[in-house]
Design a protein around this ligand. Structure first.
Ligand code: SF4
Length: 357
């Protein structure tokens, strides 16, 4: 990418959207869900990509997006799929509430909007799984509505442009207002994507490449040489730890016991290896056995499985036994056919390897 030479300042000295759009026309990223220049974006693809990209990187989402649109090419097809099918294709993307909301949203679009996504941000927000940012992004990108799509990337760019020293998250309302004021009358969708691209490729969290930036001549942080230090963040308290015990119950034919988690809540609707509730203090073996799915001889396996959720860290011990119980059973080598979240795949790998020793 050559250094950008035609950055401009508007008469007010604020960043000129036209300079960013010109840069975007030359340097836009080719993304699987992005329409070619001049082609009207498909709202279904825009929505699907925005939901998948929540808390997930572009590189991770790419293959999932391709698989989803190959299998369900439009919102009606997705609405007709079962939740199990969707969860299965979603495996590995994490934050499974998104997959459940994806399904609910597709159905709502078909039932309430005749299979067409609304173009109004407020109506979009009324759909399952579409929050403030996603509504703005979909309205702007899919429908060219003059609305801001403000995520962490955009907050960073704007905080630097105006050298906002106030830390995040306290600075969010101010950054939101500053970002909204930048959106131009024309090409709002391209502008939203241009800001995303600028934050992802030039105004990166560390070592921003200001020499390539179309806004460098009007960037207060670059002028002051403090871009790396902005935005500041308030100190986060450490995530608390929770503890549980997973029950690896096998029966005579080698199958292992599974169960489905409740629809609502963490990992809702996913298949799991049964476990105790996850609580703030570790379990003793006797406490766990009291609520085990079968009355049999249980033996603890060496080691534990650790997993990080957004709001807490989980440490699961595993105890193994043989017996019968009501529930779903699966051969160990066919566990991939179930919608097991990453945590439960770790538990299965750990149990299999501990028992093989
Ligand atoms: S000049 Fe540097 S710090 Fe300022 S917006 Fe551009 S890349 Fe970010």
């Amino acid at each position: 990418m050559p250094p950008f030479r035609s950055a401009t300042l508007s008469s007010s000295g604020t960043p000129d959207p036209a300079a960013l759009l010109l840069w975007y026309d030359r340097h836009r990223r080719a993304l699987p869900w992005r329409a070619a220049a001049g082609v009207r974006p498909d709202p279904y693809r825009v929505w699907l990509s925005e939901i998948m990209l929540q808390q997930t990187t572009v590189a991770t989402v790419g293959p999932y997006f391709d698989r989803f649109v190959a299998r369900w090419p439009d919102v009606s097809a997705l609405a007709a799929a079962s939740l199990d099918e969707i969860l299965q294709l979603w495996q590995g993307l994490g934050y499974y509430a998104r997959a459940r909301n994806l399904h609910a949203c597709a159905r709502a679009v078909v039932e309430r909007h005749d299979g067409r996504f609304p173009d109004d941000p407020a109506e979009l927000r009324a759909l399952p799984g579409i929050g403030l940012y996603s509504a703005g992004a979909i309205a702007a990108i899919a429908f060219d509505r003059r609305t801001a799509a403000i995520d962490g990337n955009v907050e960073r760019v704007v905080a630097r442009l105006y050298a906002v020293h106030e830390p995040l998250p306290e600075a969010k309302p101010r950054l939101r207002a500053l970002a909204a004021a930048l959106v131009p009358e024309e090409r709002a969708g391209d502008f939203a994507q241009a800001l995303m691209d600028l934050g992802a490729t030039v105004c990166t969290p560390r070592r921003p490449r200001c020499v390539l930036c179309p806004w460098r001549v009007c960037c207060a942080a670059a002028a002051a040489g403090i871009a790396d230090a902005i935005p500041a963040r308030s100190e986060k308290p450490d995530r608390p730890s929770r503890y549980g015990v997973a029950f690896w119950l096998t029966r005579g034919d080698g199958a292992v016991l599974l169960r489905r988690r409740p629809e609502k809540g963490l990992l809702g609707g996913m298949t799991e290896i049964p476990s105790t509730p996850w609580r703030n203090e570790p379990w003793t073996l006797n406490q766990a056995i009291e609520i085990a799915p079968a009355a049999t001889e249980w033996a603890p396996l060496p080691g534990t499985v650790r997993h990080g959720f957004t709001h807490f860290r989980l440490e699961l011990a595993i105890i193994a036994g043989n017996g019968e119980a009501d529930g779903m059973w699966s051969q160990v080598d066919r566990l991939d056919e179930h919608a097991l979240p990453t945590l439960m795949k770790k538990v299965a790998r750990h149990a299999v390897s501990a028992l093989a020793r």
